[in-house]
Structure formats: C-alpha cells, structure tokens
Design a protein around this ligand. Sequence first.
Ligand code: F6R
Length: 348
Amino acid sequence: MLKEIHEGPKAIHETLLGRLANLEIDGFLSEGATSVKLVACGTSYHAALIGKYILEELARIPASAELASEYRYTQGPADRPLVILISQSGETADTLGAAREARRRGCRTVAITNVLGSSLTRETDITVYTRAGIEISVAGTKTFIAQVVVLYLIALKMAQDRGALGYAEIDALKDELRSLPRAAQYVLNKSTEIRALAEKYGNARDAFYIGRHAHYPVALEGALKLKEISYVHAEAYAAGELKHGPLALVTPSTPVIAIAVQDPTYEKMRSNIGEVVARGAPVLAIGTEGDKELPKAVDDVIWIPSMPWVLAPVPVSVAFQLFAYEVARMRGCPIDKPRNLAKSVTVE
Ligand code: F6R
C-alpha cells in the first residue's frame, strides 16, 4: 500500500498525459447531456461524490452520485442523465448491475476504470481509463486519485462544451492540473511528520473526519481508509451536520480530523472546529500552507500547498492515505490484506 500511495503523483501524470491540451478523453462526449449521474461502490463512490461537486462547480450541470447497490434497484426519474460508472477493477458486481440498469433506462453510459478490457468496459458505451498501473493492495489509493483526475478532465471538457467557463479560466485550471503531481508529492514528502501524528492520534478507539463541499466526500474516504486498514472506528460528517446529532459523541477521547483548507467554506469550517474544541476533542487539521490562524485553533496541522480549492481533494486524500497507513502500521495490522475484504467484489 505504501508503494502504491507513493505512486500517486505518477498516476496523476499518466492519467493526464495527452488529454489535457485538447480535452480529448478517450472519445468522451458531453453532447446533449442535461444532467449527470455518477454511480459506484466504496472508495470509487467517494470519487463519484467528489465528481458531483466538481461537475456542478466547473460545468454548472446538475449532478448526483448514487451507490451502485442502491441505483440498480430503484426506478429512477423519467429523465435520462449521462451515467458515469466508476470502478477500479471494472468487475464489481453491483456496478456492473447498475450499468445494465442505466442502459435499460436508455441512458448513455461512460465507464471510468483502471483495468483494460474489464467487464464494465463491455457494459458501457464509452470507457475512459485511469492510468494508475496495477493496484494490488486491497485498499484503493492511487486508483482513487486517478479517478478524481479523470473527473477533473470530464468536468473541464463539459465546462468548455457548455460555455460554463471561459478559455482563460480553463487554461488556468489546466496549468494547475499539470502541477497536481507536485502537490501530491509535497504531501508525500511529509511522511515523517505524518508518521508522528499517526502515533499521537492512532491509539483512539473512535475518530471523526469532517469536511464541507467537495471535502465532505474526502472526509468520507479518509474515514473509510482508516476503518478498513487500521480497524479504528471512524465516521465522517459534513461539518455542518455535527450539531444535528454527532456532536453528542464528541469528547476528549475522540480525535477530530478536520479539512480546513482555503476554500469558500473555510470560515464555516473554523466555526465547526470551534464546536468540537469546546467539547475537548483533540483536532488534527489539514490546512493550506501560509494560513497563520489555523494553528492557533487546533492541535496539529498537515499542510497542503496553496492551489485552487477545487483541486485540493487530491493532496488532502494523499495525506489521509498516508495517515491511515501509518496508524495501521503502528497497530500492527495486515495492511495489504485487511480482514474480511477482497480487492474485487464480484458477488452482490
Ligand atoms: C476500499 C476499496 C473498495 C472499492 C470498492 C469498489 O479501499 O477499495 O471500497 O472501492 O469495492 O471497487 P471497484 O472500484 O473495483 O469497483
């Protein structure tokens, strides 16, 4: 897993290669789509949820994400969204079932997968490949990062086709995407610091992850990584939801991992952090380099470089992957093969 986390920057680079300049993405066409539905399971579902926020933000198209196991057994509305199915393996039974259901509903379907010629590619109209290289460890890491990168490409393409962003804005984002491998590497270079933080926080029985907007699914993914490989019970919440119930569980023995990078919800996150600090919870924040105020409000900070906030889910996710890895290592867990889990879930 550690090797695959460290391959994140390369996965980003390869996934962007030859696609950015003209936004030609394996024949992906956005023509005629009036809405988008993203469907997946597990970690890929978290990429789908990030995709929903990115598509709405950049392409101004209505987008929603749904778990494949739910989507396949619902009727769905009468409209026909463009359905994007995301699966690292391309063999997940529920995602394949959802692809068939989308076709039955008459929707155009797009697969995002890492495996050439996998079953999903045969059940969909178009396939866009992530180019993360083979992933062996059960927990998805570099493939998740590559899925998010494909979603940036699709969002930029749709933004261009729909005229939602001007050429200058699109060009600026393309440049920032080219720097994304460096942003991921920046976080990887902090592995010693992240190991020390894992030792400080990793003995907890329960932990909370909080984030807002596109960082809410990043929090969900951070909590999933921690649960599956370190067996620490972790829950993620959209930070605004804390006061609607979960705050009852926040105590000095429940660390809160808070995504407080510079984005439009930063001030709101700061007040949410205040709410958990008032209950005595230790707070480990993820912040944007240069933020002088954040360290005064929390116990520790993992820094990401300054960048347009829509791209920040990538370095934040890399930090969470490393953090989960280090906690699992400290606790002596079988990191690459966690109990009860399989790399590819081919049964319902
Ligand atoms: C968790 C993880 C799983 C998978 C899920 C879907 O780290 O890897 O949650 O994301 O089983 O798998 P794919 O993407 O192959 O459809």
